[in-house]
Design a protein around this ligand. Structure first.
Ligand code: UT7
Length: 330
């Protein structure tokens, strides 16, 4: 969908817990190998939260860094959106706890659940508040402690995920040309159980049985998700470029969700974006769900791979199944 919203990212921040777990560390306790993980996923290491390093803790670190980068304080915010599937508590929202941790006033705060597409959904939501004039300075955070919901004895999923947070401050554009040119969000709920957590919700509340049967861990049909992701990422990218009337060659950097290097390479090959214009950091962080896109974008910005005036495409894909893309001029 073509948007032309005069909204800019004022600053970004990110944070990962210091502890790093390599493929060899995992291979020491699981039936896997560095070779298998590297070849099948592109992941070499991931950051893991220690005790006390919770989703809120990660979110606050990233948020404070984003505020500093934007030269703003918590008092300047008038809305907080936290995108997460690993909230601090199931009740209340992590965004409310973040509002208190940052010391903001009584500004609205809510969580948004769109898994690995979360940040693109969150950015789109926040931009619409600004475009409508109901908010001026919005904090959007993607924060996850995926290792807390992953079955660490399941080699199919334990190797994939890491913990991180990424944050952005959105506000009305302060210069002409800075804008969100097009967005596309989508979901296919019929594929909900391709990535899901069976217990802990109203359908199957926690009990001794759910714990004994390990039903609180995330489950994923990896191969099915893989096939759908390649096609859908390509489709949503092409649609967003077409909506904005922008050629592939004009995009400075594509920032895709980091779930599998082979998925990224395959989708980019099909659409004709060379890998030197694609941000990849999955080798160091693994899949960090809603934190993945802002973490990658923040790193690219800091490294000088993107600068003001550039065209940047964000692309998310994950549980739901959900997907989303946003094309913006920085
Ligand atoms: O972020 C949310 C969206 N998620 C995704 O996009 C994830 C999409 N899926 C994937 O990235 C890939 O499907 C995986 C990386 C999860 C798996 O790779 P794959 O190439 O699809 O492998 P597979 O599941 O088809 O399994 C191939 C073999 C199986 O053994 P057999 O049946 O051929 O004997 C698995 O048991 O690899 C085995 N296997 C492993 N072997 C060593 C599965 N996990 C491992 C492992 N180490 N960690």
């Amino acid at each position: 969908m073509k948007t032309s919203w005069a909204v800019e990212i004022a600053g970004m921040g990110s944070w990962t817990p210091p502890k790093v777990v390599t493929n060899d560390d995992l291979a020491a306790r699981l039936d896997t190998s560095d070779e298998w993980i590297t070849q099948r996923t592109g992941i070499r290491a991931r950051h893991i939260s220690a005790d006390g390093e919770t989703t809120l803790h990660l979110a606050e670190k990233a948020a404070r860094e984003a505020l500093a980068a934007a030269d703003l304080t918590p008092a300047d915010l008038d809305l907080i959106v936290v995108c997460t599937v690993t909230p601090e508590h199931t009740l209340p929202s992590t965004s409310c706890e973040l509002q208190a941790a940052l010391g903001c006033g009584w500004i609205p705060a809510f969580d948004l659940v769109a898994a690995c597409s979360g940040f693109v959904y969150g950015l789109t939501t926040a931009a619409q508040f600004i475009h409508a004039g109901t908010a001026k300075t919005v904090l959007v955070v993607g924060a996850e402690t995926m290792t807390r919901v992953t079955d660490q004895d399941d080699r199919a999923t334990a190797i994939l995920f890491g913990d991180a947070a990424g944050a952005a401050i959105l506000r009305p554009a302060t210069q002409a040309g800075r804008e969100i040119l097009a967005v596309n969000l989508g979901a296919d709920g019929a594929r909900a159980k391709m990535i899901w957590t069976p217990a802990g919700g109203s359908c199957l509340p926690a009990s001794d049985t759910t714990v004994a049967e390990r039903l609180h861990h995330m489950r994923m049909s990896g191969r099915e998700v893989y096939k759908f992701a390649v096609t859908q990422m390509q489709t949503v990218l092409s649609q967003t470029l077409a909506d904005a009337g922008v050629a592939t060659d004009d995009v400075t950097l594509l920032i895709p969700h980091q779930s599998n290097l082979r998925i990224i390479e395959s989708a980019c090959d099909k659409i004709g974006i060379p890998m030197d214009r694609v941000m990849v950091n999955i080798d160091r962080y693994g899949n960090t769900s809603a934190a993945s896109v802002p973490l990658a974008m923040c790193e690219a910005w800091r490294a000088g791979r993107i600068k003001r005036g550039d065209l940047v495409m964000m692309l998310g894909f994950g549980a739901g199944l959900t997907w989303g893309s946003a094309l913006l001029r920085l």
